[in-house]
Write a protein that binds this ligand. Structure first.
Ligand code: NA7
Length: 542
């Protein structure tokens, strides 16, 4: 590794898409690196989220690395939307192909990191299978994932429940058999929506406890044919170049026009076209769906009628239609046979929008005053998104302030990457980043490349400390807020705003001004030799 294992140039936290690419680029540029990963292997999100039906909602060919053409050419995706096992195979392939495994310590959590302002190094304390370890590093790079701290509601009596419980975000590695069992699912976000049809196939009876209905579009996943794959591989360069210029960083059929400019018949044809395309590209039907309330309502009404044609029982259909929510305000869900599943006799939708799931009993749970006898309960209850994993690490800057304290009053960042008061630290895809609105892997590559340029620039000049200014951070916060303000998304309760976590500061966290504008802001900063940062060189040669 070129340096003692307890003193390195960079510590990377996480071995998912972010951590692996960070590791690759650091090593490629001659930096010594240790990667710490809480899981037992690489994969991040795709290591943990192994629930039945777990699948990407961005097309596989656009949800993968693009830094190596050899990698692109040698890897063949089998389906339009990759399943969790295929994504994990891909991540393993990348890890081995670029020989990254030897830099990673698995089953190990980073508990604490403290910046030493004398040496300009982070002291990083870990705990894992091999016991505690302390590593000193110039740079602390967080690739901890934006949906990696699971939430399980603190239900009364939960510990008395004698059956099995699972969370979609920490699913067991061994197959789970639900055959002949009475299963309950709590939560109808993407994870619930993907898993419910498969759980229904196995269970003796499935109860779905729904607090809030969600907008679901058929994913229309399918195998990729050999001739399609050949065309994709031949056209990767063009695909990537075009995708980079799109606000989302990925390509899908998009009509920038307004719904108001079409007749009712034309609107229906256009919406049907996008319904047939399926998945997130449904939002590309009209340019004003997420910006104009009436346009949004018109689409929601058309969609509700679709649901009524699929679900046989009218009362169940009405329950599955969100009431008053902005269409696409939460992340749109891509489902496979989701609504059809409610036509099965062995599936019951339970409305828990009133008094909710009240308590667990040894044999099940009580919801809305009714007791349900269950053998297994699946929590599909989401994550403390974007900030949750970062604030659970005790990260202390030179002034003694922790990131958790700093972000308790709002997750301020500069370009989503840097936090004032925390030198030599970069966080990927978190608050202030376009991350969750750009295809993740593309956003990760872009941010990583920017970080690598920054740390190389420091090294070339003998600089050992880099810290963003409060002013620059404040200005970026205004940019993030202004972009959010024009979108209906910011008006919704969702994990984007922190509304799904009791007591969490309420702010629309991602930057939704689009990938091109974000790349321009990052490039402007780098091209001008990082005017938003203050630099210093340590007196001590360590
Ligand atoms: P989400 O989208 O946050 O969904 C969590 C679901 O759990 C949602 O339906 C919640 O209902 C429900 N929930 C949470 N707490 C409760 C309680 N106490 N009682 C009943 N229901 C509850 O998480 P996912 O894992 O599905 O998806 C996260 C992202 O991963 C997704 O957006 C994709 O980007 C991939 P609520 O809406 O709060 O009423």
């Amino acid at each position: 590794m070129g340096a003692a294992r307890d003193q390195v140039d960079a510590v990377v936290v996480g071995a998912g898409f972010s951590g692996l690419y960070l590791c690759h680029r650091l090593v490629e540029n001659g930096f010594s690196v240790r990667v710490f990963e809480a899981g037992g292997d690489v994969g991040g999100t795709w290591y943990w989220n192994r629930y039945p039906g777990a699948r990407c909602d961005i097309e596989s060919v656009q949800y993968c690395y693009q830094f190596s053409d050899e990698l692109q050419q040698e890897w063949t995706w089998s389906e339009r939307y990759a399943s969790q096992p295929e994504l994990l195979d891909y991540i393993h392939h990348v890890t081995d192909r670029f020989d990254l495994r030897r830099h990673i310590t698995f089953d190990t959590r980073v508990n604490r990191a403290t910046f030493d302002d004398r040496t300009h190094r982070w002291t990083v304390e870990t705990h894992g299978a091999g016991g505690p370890e302390t590593v000193r590093a110039r740079h602390l790079l967080l690739g901890v994932g934006v949906l990696s701290t699971t939430l399980t509601p603190d239900f009364e009596g939960l510990s008395s429940f004698a059956g099995r419980t699972f969370h979609t975000g920490t699913w067991p590695h061994d197959p789970v058999d639900f055959e002949g069992r009475r299963v309950g699912v709590i939560g109808t976000g993407s994870s619930g929506i993907q898993s419910i049809p498969l759980l229904a196939d196995q269970a003796k009876h499935l109860h779905v406890f729904q607090r809030t209905a969600n907008y679901v579009i058929p994913a229309r996943n399918r195998p990729l044919e050999p001739d399609e794959t050949a065309a994709i591989k031949a056209g990767y360069a063009e695909l990537r170049a075009n995708a980079r210029e799109r606000p989302t960083g990925f390509l899908f059929p998009f009509n920038p026009g307004s719904i108001h400019d079409m007749t009712a018949d034309e609107q229906a044809i256009q919406l049907e076209k996008h319904w047939q395309i399926g998945g997130l590209p449904f939002l590309g039907a009209f340019g004003d769906i997420l910006f104009d309330r009436e346009a949004n309502r018109m689409v929601a009404r058309w969609w509700a009628d679709k649901v009524r044609t699929i679900v046989d029982d009218p009362a169940t259909a009405e329950l599955l239609i969100p009431k008053g929510d902005v269409f696409g305000g939460k992340r749109l869900c891509a489902g496979t046979d989701y609504f059809e599943t409610y036509n099965r006799d062995d599936v019951t939708l339970v409305d828990v929008s009133g008094t909710g799931v009240e308590r667990f009993t040894p044999t099940g749970l009580v919801a809305e005053g009714v007791e349900y006898h269950l053998d297994d309960v699946v929590f599909a209850t989401g994550f403390d998104a974007l900030t949750g994993t970062v604030v659970r690490i005790d990260i202390t800057g030179p002034d003694g302030e922790t990131i958790a304290d700093r972000w308790a009053v709002g997750p301020d960042t500069y370009l989503g990457l840097s936090v004032a008061g925390f030198p030599n630290l970069f966080n990927l895809q978190g608050p202030g980043s376009p991350g969750v609105f750009v295809t993740m892997v593309t956003g990760i590559e872009h941010q990583t490349d920017w970080i690598i340029d920054h740390v190389c620039w420091m090294r070339d000049r003998g600089i050992t400390r880099s810290e963003v200014t409060e002013d620059a951070q404040g200005r970026w916060g205004d940019v993030v807020d202004a972009a959010a303000a024009v979108s209906l998304r910011s008006t919704c309760d969702s994990w984007y705003t922190g509304a799904n976590v009791a007591g969490k500061h309420r702010r629309f966290m991602p930057y939704i001004g689009g990938f091109p504008a974000y790349r321009e802001a990052c490039a402007t900063e780098a091209d001008a030799d990082y005017p938003s940062y203050r630099f210093a060189t340590a007196d001590v040669a360590v």
